[in-house]
Design a protein around this ligand. Structure first.
Ligand code: H2B
Length: 96
């Protein structure tokens, strides 16, 4: 079972994740795009990575915005290293 990270550890790790927030036991960020197509393309790229990592984000899309939230069910719905790892990959996908 994955271990929840402490609040102070999460704050420390967020210094490498610009724009990500730790709230309600989730890591979350809103991503903006030029249009709906690009937003959905981003979601599709996340899907491949999520399957690879066997870790799946909550995804909420409205037109050209995508809101991602990450937590670990197996850790009582709290934030673990698995969420940080996927958040870092999502950042890479967004920036490339
Ligand atoms: N995704 C997320 N976000 N949290 C989990 O704890 C989780 C998951 N667990 N995807 C995985 C799948 C688990 O159900 C499988 C059996 O490994």
């Amino acid at each position: 079972m994955a271990e929840p990270l402490s609040d102070s550890k999460i704050s420390e790790l967020l210094s490498d994740l610009p724009g990500w927030e730790h709230e309600d036991d989730k890591l979350s960020k809103e991503f903006g795009f030029d249009n709906f197509r690009d937003a959905i393309a981003f979601i599709n790229r996340i899907a491949f990575e999520a399957e690879e990592q066997v870790h799946h984000p909550e995804i909420f899309n409205v037109y050209n915005t995508v809101n991602i939230s990450l937590s670990t069910h197996d850790a009582g719905g709290k934030v673990t290293e698995k969420d940080v790892k996927l958040a870092k990959k999502i950042e890479t996908l967004y920036n490339n």
